[in-house]
Design a protein around this ligand. Structure first.
Ligand SMILES: Nc1nc2c(c(=O)[nH]1)N=C([C@H](O)[C@H](O)COP(=O)(O)OP(=O)(O)OP(=O)(O)O)CN2
Length: 182
Protein backbone atom coordinates (compact mmCIF):
# COMPACT_ATOMS: atom_id res chain seq x y z
CA UNK A 1 0.00 0.00 0.00
CA UNK A 2 1.65 3.23 -1.12
CA UNK A 3 1.33 6.54 0.69
CA UNK A 4 -2.18 8.09 0.18
CA UNK A 5 -2.02 11.77 -0.68
CA UNK A 6 -4.24 14.56 -2.04
CA UNK A 7 -7.66 15.94 -1.01
CA UNK A 8 -10.78 13.88 -0.19
CA UNK A 9 -11.99 13.99 -3.82
CA UNK A 10 -8.70 13.49 -5.53
CA UNK A 11 -6.97 10.85 -3.45
CA UNK A 12 -4.17 9.01 -5.15
CA UNK A 13 -1.58 6.52 -4.13
CA UNK A 14 2.06 7.37 -4.43
CA UNK A 15 3.31 3.90 -5.24
CA UNK A 16 7.09 3.96 -5.31
CA UNK A 17 8.32 2.68 -8.65
CA UNK A 18 10.32 -0.52 -8.15
CA UNK A 19 13.72 0.88 -7.25
CA UNK A 20 16.22 -0.59 -9.63
CA UNK A 21 19.23 1.69 -9.31
CA UNK A 22 21.22 2.01 -6.12
CA UNK A 23 24.75 2.75 -4.94
CA UNK A 24 26.89 0.55 -2.73
CA UNK A 25 29.38 2.55 -0.63
CA UNK A 26 32.51 0.95 0.85
CA UNK A 27 34.26 3.30 3.27
CA UNK A 28 35.96 1.22 5.96
CA UNK A 29 38.75 2.33 8.29
CA UNK A 30 40.80 -0.81 7.59
CA UNK A 31 40.79 -0.46 3.80
CA UNK A 32 44.05 1.50 3.72
CA UNK A 33 47.76 1.23 3.13
CA UNK A 34 50.74 2.87 4.82
CA UNK A 35 53.34 4.02 2.32
CA UNK A 36 56.26 6.37 1.80
CA UNK A 37 56.32 8.87 -1.02
CA UNK A 38 57.31 12.34 -2.13
CA UNK A 39 55.30 14.66 -4.37
CA UNK A 40 56.94 16.38 -7.31
CA UNK A 41 55.60 19.89 -7.96
CA UNK A 42 55.26 21.66 -11.27
CA UNK A 43 57.84 24.30 -10.27
CA UNK A 44 60.48 21.62 -9.82
CA UNK A 45 60.19 21.48 -6.05
CA UNK A 46 60.09 18.10 -4.36
CA UNK A 47 58.76 17.12 -0.96
CA UNK A 48 61.03 15.27 1.39
CA UNK A 49 60.44 11.54 1.58
CA UNK A 50 57.62 10.93 4.09
CA UNK A 51 54.61 8.70 4.63
CA UNK A 52 50.88 8.54 5.01
CA UNK A 53 48.16 6.15 5.90
CA UNK A 54 46.31 6.30 2.60
CA UNK A 55 42.64 5.40 2.89
CA UNK A 56 40.66 4.00 -0.03
CA UNK A 57 36.87 4.17 -0.42
CA UNK A 58 34.47 3.52 -3.29
CA UNK A 59 30.88 4.13 -4.36
CA UNK A 60 29.47 1.66 -6.89
CA UNK A 61 26.35 2.49 -8.89
CA UNK A 62 24.56 -0.75 -9.67
CA UNK A 63 21.19 -2.44 -10.01
CA UNK A 64 19.10 -4.29 -7.44
CA UNK A 65 18.04 -7.75 -8.60
CA UNK A 66 14.62 -9.31 -7.91
CA UNK A 67 16.45 -10.97 -5.02
CA UNK A 68 16.43 -7.57 -3.30
CA UNK A 69 20.21 -7.21 -3.43
CA UNK A 70 22.90 -5.87 -5.72
CA UNK A 71 26.11 -7.92 -5.99
CA UNK A 72 27.67 -9.21 -2.74
CA UNK A 73 29.76 -6.22 -1.64
CA UNK A 74 32.22 -8.56 0.08
CA UNK A 75 33.55 -9.12 -3.44
CA UNK A 76 34.56 -5.47 -3.79
CA UNK A 77 35.84 -5.28 -0.20
CA UNK A 78 38.14 -8.26 -0.87
CA UNK A 79 39.35 -6.64 -4.09
CA UNK A 80 40.02 -3.27 -2.41
CA UNK A 81 41.82 -4.89 0.54
CA UNK A 82 43.94 -6.95 -1.87
CA UNK A 83 44.97 -3.80 -3.77
CA UNK A 84 45.84 -2.00 -0.52
CA UNK A 85 47.93 -4.99 0.61
CA UNK A 86 49.97 -4.71 -2.61
CA UNK A 87 50.98 -1.12 -1.72
CA UNK A 88 51.24 -1.44 2.07
CA UNK A 89 54.62 -0.58 3.66
CA UNK A 90 56.43 0.29 0.46
CA UNK A 91 57.99 3.48 -0.86
CA UNK A 92 55.83 4.28 -3.88
CA UNK A 93 57.84 5.60 -6.82
CA UNK A 94 56.13 7.00 -9.96
CA UNK A 95 57.75 5.18 -12.90
CA UNK A 96 56.17 7.61 -15.40
CA UNK A 97 57.55 10.76 -13.73
CA UNK A 98 59.60 12.30 -16.54
CA UNK A 99 61.84 14.14 -14.07
CA UNK A 100 62.92 10.97 -12.26
CA UNK A 101 65.81 8.76 -13.42
CA UNK A 102 65.18 5.25 -12.05
CA UNK A 103 67.78 2.47 -12.28
CA UNK A 104 68.72 -0.74 -10.50
CA UNK A 105 72.06 -1.45 -8.82
CA UNK A 106 72.39 -4.89 -7.27
CA UNK A 107 69.61 -5.27 -4.69
CA UNK A 108 68.87 -1.52 -4.73
CA UNK A 109 66.71 0.85 -6.73
CA UNK A 110 68.38 4.18 -7.46
CA UNK A 111 66.11 7.18 -7.96
CA UNK A 112 67.64 10.46 -9.09
CA UNK A 113 65.85 13.78 -9.13
CA UNK A 114 68.15 16.60 -10.17
CA UNK A 115 71.07 16.51 -7.71
CA UNK A 116 69.16 14.29 -5.28
CA UNK A 117 69.71 10.54 -5.17
CA UNK A 118 67.75 7.88 -3.28
CA UNK A 119 69.25 4.41 -3.05
CA UNK A 120 66.67 2.07 -1.51
CA UNK A 121 66.47 -1.73 -1.09
CA UNK A 122 64.44 -3.02 -4.04
CA UNK A 123 62.30 -5.00 -1.56
CA UNK A 124 61.17 -1.70 -0.03
CA UNK A 125 60.13 -0.03 -3.29
CA UNK A 126 57.02 -0.37 -5.42
CA UNK A 127 57.45 1.17 -8.89
CA UNK A 128 53.97 2.23 -10.05
CA UNK A 129 52.85 3.18 -13.58
CA UNK A 130 51.91 6.68 -12.45
CA UNK A 131 53.28 10.19 -13.15
CA UNK A 132 53.47 11.43 -9.55
CA UNK A 133 52.71 9.82 -6.18
CA UNK A 134 49.67 11.97 -5.51
CA UNK A 135 46.21 10.98 -4.30
CA UNK A 136 44.95 11.70 -7.82
CA UNK A 137 47.34 9.34 -9.54
CA UNK A 138 46.89 6.68 -6.85
CA UNK A 139 43.11 6.88 -7.30
CA UNK A 140 43.39 6.51 -11.08
CA UNK A 141 45.81 3.58 -10.71
CA UNK A 142 43.74 1.73 -8.10
CA UNK A 143 40.49 2.26 -10.00
CA UNK A 144 42.08 0.87 -13.15
CA UNK A 145 43.32 -2.17 -11.24
CA UNK A 146 39.90 -2.66 -9.60
CA UNK A 147 38.07 -2.50 -12.94
CA UNK A 148 40.51 -5.04 -14.40
CA UNK A 149 39.80 -7.46 -11.51
CA UNK A 150 36.09 -7.96 -12.20
CA UNK A 151 33.81 -7.80 -15.22
CA UNK A 152 31.62 -5.45 -13.18
CA UNK A 153 29.13 -4.33 -15.82
CA UNK A 154 28.78 -7.73 -17.46
CA UNK A 155 28.35 -9.65 -14.25
CA UNK A 156 26.46 -7.31 -11.95
CA UNK A 157 25.12 -4.40 -13.98
CA UNK A 158 27.54 -1.96 -12.39
CA UNK A 159 27.24 1.33 -14.26
CA UNK A 160 29.84 3.44 -12.44
CA UNK A 161 32.56 3.11 -9.84
CA UNK A 162 33.90 6.18 -8.03
CA UNK A 163 37.11 5.44 -6.11
CA UNK A 164 38.63 7.85 -3.60
CA UNK A 165 42.13 7.94 -2.08
CA UNK A 166 42.81 10.08 0.97
CA UNK A 167 46.29 10.99 2.28
CA UNK A 168 44.83 12.17 5.57
CA UNK A 169 41.59 13.39 7.08
CA UNK A 170 39.91 15.97 4.86
CA UNK A 171 42.11 15.60 1.77
CA UNK A 172 41.51 13.15 -1.03
CA UNK A 173 40.99 12.69 -4.75
CA UNK A 174 38.18 10.77 -6.40
CA UNK A 175 38.04 9.41 -9.94
CA UNK A 176 35.26 7.60 -11.80
CA UNK A 177 34.85 4.71 -14.25
CA UNK A 178 31.63 4.47 -16.26
CA UNK A 179 30.56 1.21 -17.87
CA UNK A 180 29.56 1.43 -21.51
CA UNK A 181 27.40 -1.63 -21.30
CA UNK A 182 25.26 -1.41 -18.18
N1 LIG B 1 46.66 17.79 -5.55
C1 LIG B 1 47.51 17.30 -4.63
N2 LIG B 1 48.25 18.13 -3.89
C2 LIG B 1 49.10 17.63 -2.96
C3 LIG B 1 49.22 16.24 -2.76
C4 LIG B 1 48.42 15.37 -3.57
O1 LIG B 1 48.48 14.13 -3.45
N3 LIG B 1 47.59 15.94 -4.48
N4 LIG B 1 50.06 15.74 -1.82
C5 LIG B 1 50.80 16.58 -1.09
C6 LIG B 1 51.76 16.02 -0.14
O2 LIG B 1 51.93 14.65 -0.34
C7 LIG B 1 51.50 16.25 1.32
O3 LIG B 1 52.19 15.27 2.03
C8 LIG B 1 50.08 16.09 1.67
O4 LIG B 1 50.02 15.76 2.95
P1 LIG B 1 49.95 16.84 4.13
O5 LIG B 1 49.14 17.99 3.69
O6 LIG B 1 51.29 17.12 4.66
O7 LIG B 1 49.15 15.92 5.10
P2 LIG B 1 48.77 16.20 6.54
O8 LIG B 1 47.84 15.10 6.92
O9 LIG B 1 50.04 16.40 7.34
O10 LIG B 1 47.98 17.55 6.42
P3 LIG B 1 48.12 18.83 7.33
O11 LIG B 1 47.17 19.82 6.73
O12 LIG B 1 49.57 19.25 7.21
O13 LIG B 1 47.74 18.41 8.72
C9 LIG B 1 50.75 18.03 -1.20
N5 LIG B 1 49.85 18.47 -2.23
Amino acid sequence: MGMVMGSERHQFELVPAPVQQCSIRIDKEDIKFSAGHFTLFADGARERLHGHNFKVSAVIATRITSHGMAFDYNIIKRAMRSLCEELDEYVLIPERAEALAISHAGRSVVIRYGEDEFRLPADDVKLLPIRNTTVEELAIYLLGRLVEMEAWSARWGVSEIALEVSSGPGQSAQCRWKSIGA
